[in-house]
Design a protein around this ligand. Structure first.
Ligand code: BG6
Length: 467
């Protein structure tokens, strides 16, 4: 295979604060929405209280990253570790922890690539303002972003504002929408989404103003949808599924306005968010330097006849929501799926990379991609995860193809660097290159054990691509 990865390609790996750090209330940290929701499931699976205990193991974990050969580590800061109640006092111990992590990474020649917010809104902001429903949350986020740029911007130039706003907004528990009446849910959701876009733009602008040579962009949950047939209506449904799930958000990040189809949806449902006169200028001024995308699977959609009662009403079935009148999500008989239903599709990655590059003409980086399953520690003390190696190999080949197609792809950060708390399935579902010797309710010895995929990825990085 001809190798198209440039010499400075950023081979990396990913994590997020509430999934890896543990120490959920240590040294002044406040509770987050992610903590709150994970605690609700504590009886049945691991929660964020200890997670992978990166807080106490970060030197050992960064040494493993160095051994793996990582050029970059994509991770998030916990807003509530830095500002425990979201918009009050800055916690010096939180700043100190991340200073240590950043310095340790740099000392090991690993570029810190930081997300400001990965599903973990400080819970105090929910109690005070109903979270993103309120404009106060926008101000709080802008201040938090500035605190981070001020504290870390001398060493950290590469940032993502938030992780998967476009997916997070569809999941009620991530937005802590428990107080919202079902009939008002879509209006509140649209307002929260809009506030997050304004906050995103304010943080982007602040980063550019405060940190010389900085680069900042969004990290989206990417979507690639195939039509279930060659009926034009099904092709339209597939297009609309991508538009409503991801492209509307990319349009807002890149061009500072909702596209026509999205404005029409908001207006027809009578849920156009409340805006402020200055927003337009803020949104238009914010220009991302790149697009980060998370890619796990592709979807299939069919057209549904218009339901006159709910012409655009959204039905939320956790992650894959259908817009009545447009589409229905189906299985792809041509693809294999993981045991959790994610349809494995390396070609879909090549397609999505080409699609985003053609539309937005920005450099791209993959900030998540990986296979989650219940790895087994075998009698020989190893984890033989050849299924993960296959998955990653095929997706890296797709990246190589996309670069050959002309896509400016500058990095690949699989999920996840080490095993961590799954956002849905505790410690049962593992993605890491390094096994953490714990179970949901048995912490065992928390030992770090390199999986077969660790040694394989080490070779890939060493060779700057597949051989
Ligand atoms: C992404 C999230 O959507 O998917 C991660 O950014 C998450 O936080 C990952 O862990 C995998 O999902 P899950 O539910 O398998 O952990």
């Amino acid at each position: 295979m001809k190798n198209f990865f440039k010499d400075d390609f950023l081979w990396g790996a990913s994590s997020s604060a509430f999934q890896i750090e543990g120490a959920w209330d240590k040294d002044g940290k406040g509770m987050t929405v992610a903590d709150f929701n994970s605690f609700k499931k504590s009886a049945v699976q691991a929660d964020s209280k200890i997670a992978s205990d990166f807080y106490h193991h970060f030197k050992e974990d960064i040494a493993l990253m160095k051994e793996l050969g990582l050029k970059t580590y994509r991770f998030s800061l916990s807003w509530a570790r830095i500002i425990p109640d979201g918009d009050g006092e800055v916690n010096p111990q939180g700043i100190d922890f991340y200073n240590q992590v950043i310095d340790e990474l740099i000392a090991n020649d690993i570029l810190p690539f930081i997300t400001l917010y990965h599903f973990d809104l400080p819970f105090a902001l929910v109690e005070k303002y109903n979270g993103w429903e309120s404009r106060e949350c926008v101000d709080a986020f802008e201040r938090y972003a500035k605190v981070c740029f001020e504290a870390f911007g001398d060493r950290v130039k590469d940032w993502q504002v938030n992780n998967e706003q476009n997916l997070m907004i569809r999941v009620n528990e991530r937005m802590n929408m428990y107080h919202v009446a079902p009939e008002d849910a879509e209006r509140v959701r649209a307002q929260m989404d809009y506030h997050m876009f304004v906050a995103h733009a304010l943080a982007t602008n602040a980063c550019h103003e405060m940190i010389p040579n900085s680069k900042i962009g969004p990290a989206v949950s990417s979507t690639m949808t195939y039509p279930s047939s060659n009926r034009p209506e099904d092709v339209w449904a597939a297009r609309m599924n991508d538009n409503f799930k991801t492209n509307y958000a990319l349009e807002m990040y890149c061009f500072g306005a909702y596209p026509g189809y999205y404005q029409q949806y908001l207006n027809q449902c009578g849920i156009y968010p409340v805006t402020q006169p200055e927003d337009d200028g803020i949104l238009k001024a914010a220009k991302p330097d790149f697009i980060a995308l998370n890619y796990y699977r592709t979807l299939v959609a069919s057209y549904l006849p218009v339901d006159t009662e709910h012409p655009f009403g959204t039905k939320v079935n956790d992650i894959d929501f259908d817009l009545y009148g447009y589409f229905k999500i189906e299985k792809n008989p041509n693809l294999q799926a993981t045991e959790y239903g994610a349809q494995i599709d390396p070609m879909g990655l090549r397609l999505v990379l080409n699609d985003y590059y053609e539309k937005y003409r920005l450099p791209l980086i993959i900030t998540e991609n990986g296979l989650g399953t219940a790895d087994q520690l075998t009698g020989d003390g190893c984890i033989h995860d050849d299924y993960r190696i296959d998955y990653l190999k095929n997706h890296i080949a797709a990246c190589n193809d996309a670069i050959a197609d002309g896509v400016e792809l500058f990095g690949y950060c699989p999920w996840s660097v080490i095993d961590l708390l799954s956002s849905h399935q505790g410690f049962k579902k593992r993605y890491g290159f390094v096994y953490i010797n714990r179970e949901d309710h048995d912490l065992k010895d928390m030992r770090r054990i390199k999986k077969d995929s660790f040694y394989w990825y080490q070779e890939v990085i060493h060779n700057n691509g597949l051989k």
